[in-house]
Design a protein around this ligand. Structure first.
Ligand SMILES: [Zn+2]
Length: 456
């Protein structure tokens, strides 16, 4: 059951954040074009087809698993986009609650990186880096040096590895001779550090949900030499429902129960394989009910953003003077947001060091929809969606995400206090027995959920 369906029958989406100038905000869902994307995929030169399984899986032949990796454990990492930290209890997601009982969970949530939107957080989860360090600072942002805009929903940029920093887990695995597979994940369509997953697909939000599970199981049934040890899987239903109907709606409750059933099916199928598989279920961010109409930054008295590049609420000045002038005009004009010169963005937001975040930086104080400009003359404007995210999770707890893990390496019934999602990466590297580079996260934060303490 697809609970999403927004206005506009063509939209499919993953919720990403900021979109193109004019009709974007701090958050926003993406509209993808599965058909166009597929056509484009078909037109691309195919990678070596040696291990091609089923269309539309793209196989890249990296040879067999290194012998030393064959005996390592497996990790299936599932993302449920927009699944707020309290949804499982609120809506009775019995499979996730059972996963918590059989494994580990964060009952008060996992803290997403700022901004709490899809692309930055998915990429943080698989790199252990805050967005300012991996470079995907929003779903859509401008790069002053490249004079280009990154858009998560545009394969021309989202599949271009030169935008991405860090070493995603699938790249880390492949570098160490361990096969990996991505059934969707932001960044997984790009060649990063010269490497791709052994198996991946072009994003198609309409791809049948149960078939995604079938494919994951098929990968795990490959001969041990070819079998991927690290696998990602993604569902967007809960995010769509949250945006369209709000976090407290029956539609969102139904989407929660639906993806919970998918998790239950996946878990049962994984258990039936009798392989040492750790199942980890996360989300990228939560959801809050939006309050009020659009706030257009260019509407405040004395502000002139005409010389700025803008993306959503991100502001890119042409000069230091322009940045300072915008800062002076925007500070304290509206309690709905705080504005900082980028170098003064509070340390806890980890958003000061990357020019892609713009300057000044506008941070909403609550669930308000903020954008640089309203629609151009003659362009249609739509009110903000019912549900939104993208906010500072320390100010708006509804932004918190989920973390569940169960499997042979995870202690049953373990619980952890809220933790930054940069700490997932070192945990997954440990479960997979991979050597991890230094990142913003630390294994210490989650090592307590492991059955065996890691070697010092
Ligand atoms: Zn969203």
């Amino acid at each position: 059951m697809q609970t999403q369906v927004g206005p506009g029958a063509t939209d499919k989406t993953v919720c990403l954040t900021a979109g193109r100038a004019g009709r974007i905000a701090v958050f926003l869902c993406l509209v993808l074009l599965p058909i166009a994307a597929r056509a484009q995929a078909a037109a691309k030169p195919s990678p070596p087809a040696a291990a091609r399984t089923a269309d539309p899986v793209i196989a890249v032949d990296h040879g067999p698993n290194a012998l030393i990796q064959e005996s390592k454990h497996y990790v299936v990492l599932v993302s449920l986009d927009g699944f707020r930290y309290d949804y499982a209890k609120k809506y009775g997601a019995k499979n996730l609650l059972s996963l918590a009982a059989h494994g580990a969970s964060a009952p008060e949530g996992m803290i997403p990186a700022f901004p709490s939107v899809t692309f930055p957080n998915h990429y943080t989860l698989v790199t252990g880096l805050y967005p300012e360090h991996h470079g995907i600072v929003a779903n859509t942002f401008y790069d002053e040096q490249r004079k280009q805009t990154y858009e998560g929903t545009d394969p021309k940029t989202s599949a271009d590895g030169s935008w991405y920093g860090g070493t995603p887990l699938w790249v880390l695995a492949e570098q160490q001779g361990m096969r990996s597979a991505c059934f969707f994940w932001p960044g997984s369509e790009a060649e990063i550090r010269g490497m791709r997953p052994s198996f991946y697909l072009h994003f198609d939000d309409k791809f049948p949900e149960e078939k995604r599970i079938e494919q994951v199981i098929a990968w795990l049934r490959l001969p041990a030499e070819q079998r991927p040890h690290f696998i990602t899987l993604y569902y967007s239903n809960v995010d769509h429902a949250g945006h369209d109907y709000g976090p407290d709606s029956p539609q969102t409750g139904a989407a929660v129960k639906h993806v919970d059933e998918l998790v239950g099916k996946l878990w049962a199928r994984l258990n039936a394989l009798h392989l040492p598989i750790d199942l980890v279920v996360v989300s990228d961010h939560g959801m809050a009910r939006e309050r009020g109409p659009w706030i257009n930054l260019d509407q405040f008295p004395g502000i002139d953003l005409s010389g700025f590049e803008t993306e959503g609420s991100l502001l890119y000045p042409k000069s230091e003077e322009a940045a300072e002038a915008a800062y002076q005009r925007l500070k304290r004009v509206d309690p709905a947001f705080v504005v900082y010169r980028r170098k003064h963005v509070p340390v806890g937001l980890h958003y000061a060091s990357n020019a892609r975040a713009g300057d000044p930086v506008v941070v909403a104080t609550g669930p308000f929809a903020i954008r640089a400009h309203g629609p151009k003359a003659g362009e249609e404007d739509k009110p903000p969606k019912v549900g939104m995210h993208g906010l500072d999770p320390r100010q708006v707890p509804e932004m918190k995400a989920i973390f569940y893990a169960a499997g042979p390496d995870i202690r049953a019934g373990a619980t952890v206090k809220p933790f930054d999602n940069v700490n997932v990466y070192p945990l997954l590297a440990e479960l997979l027995g991979l050597q991890a580079p230094p990142v913003d996260g630390s294994l210490n934060v989650l090592s307590g959920i492991l059955v065996a303490e890691p070697a010092p």
